[in-house]
Write a protein that binds this ligand. Structure first.
Ligand code: NAD
Length: 332
């Protein structure tokens, strides 16, 4: 008898139900930008699936959400291949789970690890490719390997530089989001026009970026925070924090709150601080991301098929005034 108190047959049946349910939620969320359930409900069912799969690893199937990043791309867009996959991220919901993550890191790279702590911006991941300092391609994460080419739409976003001060050829990644005031403005406008309102700023950002007409994207005031340099060209960067400083010097919009802290004490303080003041920020955050600061350690730790081993998201509990999707009783 397994710890979850499930026979293998029961586990198999429950996994099959969870896979079907979660995959239909994923389709609505990633492909249609119109979620059927709250993120917290999705996370609850996803974690149940993970727990059963951990107990019975031979029941993991290729179509399990634990093996997939994002979802299919919309057929209307040209496709972009991400040579270095755009992965998802592991998440934790308590200080104990955070301490387990830290133990795993310390076991592999030594004690007192420096972390770069960042806010987890509630938007969608984007990739920007520059050649000789000129923006030549912008895309969504898609399924992690194949994304949607949304170059012209991304060019309408003011915080994305189309030309860099140096002739660099490289790829950077970050988050595209809609701030809370623009979200309210857009939803008020849609309601007045009898159109369906967006369930939350994340879905509004995704729906606004994945438009066939870049003019529509331009009319929705999207913003970005960039946080990853994927290929370094001739840049001298050895830590995640330096990567953020370099991005800022090059003219990208970088979230100003990131800080380096040794071990977990500072991480927990950062979590408490931003957990309390998240409502006062004009952009949505759903947690805090903890990244091993040293890029050499990051390379040493590597990735699983779905997530990097050197970073984790601490997810905040769902907000009080939460969106109730479908019934459209959203308030923020
Ligand atoms: P995720 O959104 O939990 O985390 C990974 C993403 O975080 C990255 O791709 C990146 O876009 C983003 N991110 C934000 N700030 C970042 C930072 N500072 N550094 C690095 N990355 C940062 O993972 P996911 O795979 O995109 O989605 C899973 C989550 O999506 C679930 O936990 C669930 O909450 C939600 N979801 C909800 C539904 C639903 O029906 N409501 C369905 C599917 C997924």
């Amino acid at each position: 008898m397994a710890d979850l108190n499930l026979t293998k047959q029961e586990a198999n049946e429950e996994l099959s139900t969870l896979r079907d349910k979660l995959n239909s939620y994923r389709d609505a969320y990633y492909t249609k930008d119109a979620p059927l359930v709250e993120d917290s409900e999705y996370d609850k069912q996803y974690n149940r699936l993970l727990a059963i799969e951990q107990e019975y690893p031979d029941l993991v199937t290729p179509d399990s959400p634990s093996q997939l990043v994002g979802d299919v791309t919309l057929p209307d867009f040209n496709k972009v291949t991400h040579d270095i996959p755009m992965l998802s991220m592991g998440d934790v919901f308590s200080e104990e789970e955070l301490a387990d993550f830290n133990d795993r890191i310390e076991k592999n790279v030594g004690d007192e690890v420096d972390y770069n702590v960042e806010l987890k911006i509630d938007g969608l991941a984007i990739s920007l490719v520059y050649e000789n300092g000129v923006l030549v391609q912008g895309s969504t994460r898609g399924n992690g390997t194949i994304g949607e080419n949304v170059t012209e739409n991304l060019k309408t976003i003011k915080s994305i530089p189309q030309k860099l001060p140096r002739p660099l050829s490289f790829e950077v990644r970050g988050e595209c989001f809609m701030d809370k005031s623009e979200f309210l403005r857009l939803n008020n406008e849609r309601e007045a026009n009898g159109e369906q309102v967006f369930a939350n700023p994340r879905n509004a950002a995704a729906g606004s970026l994945r438009q066939l007409n870049p003019k529509v994207t331009a009319d929705r005031k999207l913003d970005t925070f960039m946080y990853t340099i994927v290929t370094f060209d001739d840049l001298e960067v050895t830590t995640q924090h330096q990567a953020l400083e370099t991005l800022e010097e090059l003219g990208f919009h970088v979230n100003p709150t990131a800080q380096v802290t040794t071990g977990l004490k500072g991480v927990n303080e950062f979590i408490d601080h931003y957990g309390e003041m998240r409502d006062s920020l004009n952009y949505g955050i759903d947690g805090v991301v903890l990244k091993v600061n040293d890029l050499a350690f990051q390379r040493q730790l590597g990735n699983t098929v779905k997530v990097p081993r050197w970073e984790i998201a601490y997810k905040f509990p769902p907000e009080q005034a939460e969106t109730v999707v479908r019934e459209i009783t959203w308030t923020i």
